[in-house]
Design a binder for this molecule. Structure first.
Ligand SMILES: [Zn+2]
Length: 209
Protein backbone atom coordinates (compact mmCIF):
# COMPACT_ATOMS: atom_id res chain seq x y z
CA UNK A 1 0.00 0.00 0.00
CA UNK A 2 1.37 3.43 -1.00
CA UNK A 3 1.94 5.79 1.96
CA UNK A 4 0.61 3.23 4.47
CA UNK A 5 1.94 5.05 7.55
CA UNK A 6 0.60 8.42 6.37
CA UNK A 7 -2.86 6.97 5.67
CA UNK A 8 -2.90 5.44 9.15
CA UNK A 9 -2.06 8.88 10.60
CA UNK A 10 -4.93 10.46 8.61
CA UNK A 11 -7.33 8.04 10.34
CA UNK A 12 -5.89 8.83 13.79
CA UNK A 13 -6.03 12.59 13.26
CA UNK A 14 -9.55 12.30 11.82
CA UNK A 15 -10.73 10.46 14.93
CA UNK A 16 -9.09 13.03 17.18
CA UNK A 17 -10.76 15.90 15.28
CA UNK A 18 -14.22 14.39 15.73
CA UNK A 19 -13.60 13.42 19.39
CA UNK A 20 -12.44 16.93 20.28
CA UNK A 21 -15.39 18.55 18.49
CA UNK A 22 -13.29 20.29 15.85
CA UNK A 23 -15.40 18.72 13.11
CA UNK A 24 -18.77 17.04 12.85
CA UNK A 25 -18.59 13.79 10.88
CA UNK A 26 -17.83 14.53 7.23
CA UNK A 27 -17.43 18.31 7.55
CA UNK A 28 -13.71 18.61 6.99
CA UNK A 29 -10.81 16.96 5.24
CA UNK A 30 -7.14 16.29 5.85
CA UNK A 31 -4.16 15.50 3.69
CA UNK A 32 -0.47 14.73 4.00
CA UNK A 33 2.27 14.98 1.37
CA UNK A 34 5.38 12.89 0.87
CA UNK A 35 7.49 13.68 -2.16
CA UNK A 36 5.20 13.96 -5.18
CA UNK A 37 2.37 12.01 -3.57
CA UNK A 38 -0.53 13.23 -1.43
CA UNK A 39 -2.74 11.03 0.77
CA UNK A 40 -6.14 12.61 1.45
CA UNK A 41 -9.37 11.73 3.19
CA UNK A 42 -12.20 10.58 0.90
CA UNK A 43 -15.46 12.42 0.30
CA UNK A 44 -18.58 11.29 2.15
CA UNK A 45 -16.98 9.24 4.95
CA UNK A 46 -17.08 10.53 8.54
CA UNK A 47 -13.57 11.39 9.71
CA UNK A 48 -13.87 9.10 12.75
CA UNK A 49 -14.84 6.10 10.60
CA UNK A 50 -11.92 6.05 8.19
CA UNK A 51 -9.66 3.12 7.43
CA UNK A 52 -6.28 3.58 5.72
CA UNK A 53 -7.65 1.90 2.59
CA UNK A 54 -10.41 4.54 2.44
CA UNK A 55 -7.85 7.33 1.96
CA UNK A 56 -6.78 7.67 -1.68
CA UNK A 57 -3.25 8.57 -2.72
CA UNK A 58 -2.91 11.11 -5.52
CA UNK A 59 -0.10 12.35 -7.69
CA UNK A 60 0.54 16.08 -7.99
CA UNK A 61 -1.99 16.37 -10.84
CA UNK A 62 -4.73 14.90 -8.65
CA UNK A 63 -4.84 11.48 -10.33
CA UNK A 64 -5.59 8.62 -7.93
CA UNK A 65 -2.64 6.21 -7.84
CA UNK A 66 -3.86 4.03 -4.97
CA UNK A 67 -7.15 3.53 -3.11
CA UNK A 68 -10.68 2.66 -4.18
CA UNK A 69 -12.60 5.67 -2.87
CA UNK A 70 -12.96 9.06 -4.54
CA UNK A 71 -10.92 11.78 -2.84
CA UNK A 72 -12.45 14.72 -1.00
CA UNK A 73 -14.03 17.36 -3.25
CA UNK A 74 -11.58 19.89 -1.75
CA UNK A 75 -8.58 18.27 -3.44
CA UNK A 76 -8.02 21.29 -5.79
CA UNK A 77 -7.51 23.45 -2.68
CA UNK A 78 -5.12 20.97 -1.07
CA UNK A 79 -3.04 20.64 -4.25
CA UNK A 80 -2.94 24.42 -4.77
CA UNK A 81 -1.66 24.93 -1.23
CA UNK A 82 1.02 22.24 -1.62
CA UNK A 83 2.11 23.85 -4.88
CA UNK A 84 2.45 27.28 -3.24
CA UNK A 85 4.01 26.30 0.12
CA UNK A 86 6.45 23.83 1.63
CA UNK A 87 3.68 22.46 3.87
CA UNK A 88 3.54 18.68 4.26
CA UNK A 89 0.09 18.50 5.87
CA UNK A 90 -3.27 20.30 5.63
CA UNK A 91 -6.24 20.29 8.00
CA UNK A 92 -9.53 21.81 6.76
CA UNK A 93 -12.49 22.14 9.11
CA UNK A 94 -15.92 23.75 9.45
CA UNK A 95 -15.21 24.40 13.12
CA UNK A 96 -17.90 26.47 14.79
CA UNK A 97 -16.23 29.74 15.77
CA UNK A 98 -14.09 29.83 12.65
CA UNK A 99 -17.32 29.76 10.63
CA UNK A 100 -18.84 32.49 12.82
CA UNK A 101 -15.86 34.80 12.24
CA UNK A 102 -15.66 33.90 8.53
CA UNK A 103 -19.24 35.10 7.97
CA UNK A 104 -18.76 38.45 9.68
CA UNK A 105 -15.14 39.61 9.24
CA UNK A 106 -12.55 40.06 6.50
CA UNK A 107 -9.73 39.20 8.91
CA UNK A 108 -9.32 38.05 12.49
CA UNK A 109 -7.73 40.91 14.42
CA UNK A 110 -4.90 39.94 16.80
CA UNK A 111 -6.31 40.30 20.30
CA UNK A 112 -4.01 37.62 21.74
CA UNK A 113 -0.31 37.30 20.98
CA UNK A 114 -0.66 33.59 20.22
CA UNK A 115 -1.97 34.76 16.83
CA UNK A 116 1.73 35.18 15.99
CA UNK A 117 2.06 31.39 16.01
CA UNK A 118 -0.14 31.45 12.90
CA UNK A 119 1.84 34.31 11.34
CA UNK A 120 -0.18 37.26 12.70
CA UNK A 121 -3.49 38.62 11.41
CA UNK A 122 -5.48 35.68 10.01
CA UNK A 123 -6.97 36.51 6.60
CA UNK A 124 -10.43 35.46 5.43
CA UNK A 125 -10.32 34.04 1.89
CA UNK A 126 -13.27 35.41 -0.16
CA UNK A 127 -16.17 33.05 -0.74
CA UNK A 128 -16.31 30.69 -3.73
CA UNK A 129 -18.13 27.39 -4.20
CA UNK A 130 -16.41 24.47 -2.49
CA UNK A 131 -14.15 22.32 -4.64
CA UNK A 132 -13.60 25.01 -7.32
CA UNK A 133 -10.30 26.39 -8.63
CA UNK A 134 -11.56 29.86 -7.57
CA UNK A 135 -11.77 28.79 -3.93
CA UNK A 136 -8.35 27.12 -4.21
CA UNK A 137 -6.83 30.38 -5.54
CA UNK A 138 -8.45 32.50 -2.81
CA UNK A 139 -7.23 30.17 -0.06
CA UNK A 140 -3.73 29.97 -1.49
CA UNK A 141 -3.51 33.80 -1.47
CA UNK A 142 -4.93 34.07 2.06
CA UNK A 143 -2.30 31.63 3.35
CA UNK A 144 0.70 33.63 2.07
CA UNK A 145 3.12 33.86 5.00
CA UNK A 146 0.58 32.24 7.35
CA UNK A 147 0.00 28.87 9.00
CA UNK A 148 -3.78 29.22 8.77
CA UNK A 149 -6.61 31.11 7.08
CA UNK A 150 -10.36 31.43 7.36
CA UNK A 151 -12.66 30.74 4.42
CA UNK A 152 -15.63 33.08 4.08
CA UNK A 153 -18.99 31.45 4.93
CA UNK A 154 -17.22 28.09 4.99
CA UNK A 155 -14.55 27.29 7.56
CA UNK A 156 -10.85 27.18 8.26
CA UNK A 157 -7.63 25.75 6.87
CA UNK A 158 -4.32 25.16 8.63
CA UNK A 159 -1.01 23.87 7.33
CA UNK A 160 2.12 22.42 8.92
CA UNK A 161 5.26 20.43 8.35
CA UNK A 162 3.35 17.41 9.66
CA UNK A 163 -0.23 16.50 10.62
CA UNK A 164 0.30 17.21 14.32
CA UNK A 165 1.45 20.74 13.58
CA UNK A 166 -1.39 21.39 11.12
CA UNK A 167 -3.90 20.07 13.67
CA UNK A 168 -2.50 22.20 16.46
CA UNK A 169 -2.70 25.29 14.22
CA UNK A 170 -6.32 24.44 13.37
CA UNK A 171 -7.10 24.11 17.09
CA UNK A 172 -5.31 27.36 17.88
CA UNK A 173 -7.26 29.17 15.16
CA UNK A 174 -10.54 27.83 16.56
CA UNK A 175 -9.46 29.00 20.05
CA UNK A 176 -8.56 32.48 18.75
CA UNK A 177 -11.93 32.76 16.96
CA UNK A 178 -13.76 31.60 20.10
CA UNK A 179 -11.94 34.14 22.28
CA UNK A 180 -12.68 36.91 19.78
CA UNK A 181 -16.40 36.11 19.55
CA UNK A 182 -16.74 35.79 23.33
CA UNK A 183 -14.82 39.03 23.91
CA UNK A 184 -17.23 40.81 21.55
CA UNK A 185 -20.10 39.63 23.75
CA UNK A 186 -18.82 41.52 26.79
CA UNK A 187 -17.27 44.55 25.15
CA UNK A 188 -15.02 45.80 22.37
CA UNK A 189 -11.82 43.75 22.43
CA UNK A 190 -8.58 45.72 22.36
CA UNK A 191 -6.47 44.84 19.36
CA UNK A 192 -2.73 44.42 19.92
CA UNK A 193 -0.69 47.13 18.24
CA UNK A 194 2.06 46.49 15.71
CA UNK A 195 4.65 47.56 18.33
CA UNK A 196 3.23 45.14 20.89
CA UNK A 197 3.38 42.28 18.39
CA UNK A 198 6.96 43.13 17.43
CA UNK A 199 7.88 43.16 21.12
CA UNK A 200 6.47 39.64 21.50
CA UNK A 201 8.48 38.43 18.51
CA UNK A 202 11.64 39.95 20.01
CA UNK A 203 10.87 38.48 23.42
CA UNK A 204 10.28 35.02 21.94
CA UNK A 205 13.63 35.23 20.15
CA UNK A 206 15.36 35.79 23.51
CA UNK A 207 13.42 33.28 25.62
CA UNK A 208 11.06 30.82 23.95
CA UNK A 209 7.57 30.71 25.48
ZN1 LIG B 1 -15.17 22.55 3.55
Amino acid sequence: MEMAAERERLCEIGRRMVETGLVLGTSGNISVRRGDLVAVTPGGVALDRLTPADCPVLDSSGRVVDGARAPSSEVPMHLAVYEATDAAAIVHTHSQYAVVVSTTMTELPPIHYNALLLGGVVRVAPYATYGTPELAAHVRAALAGRQAALMQNHGAIAIGHDLDQALSSARLLEWLCTVYVQAKMVGEPRILTEEELVAVIERAAQSPR
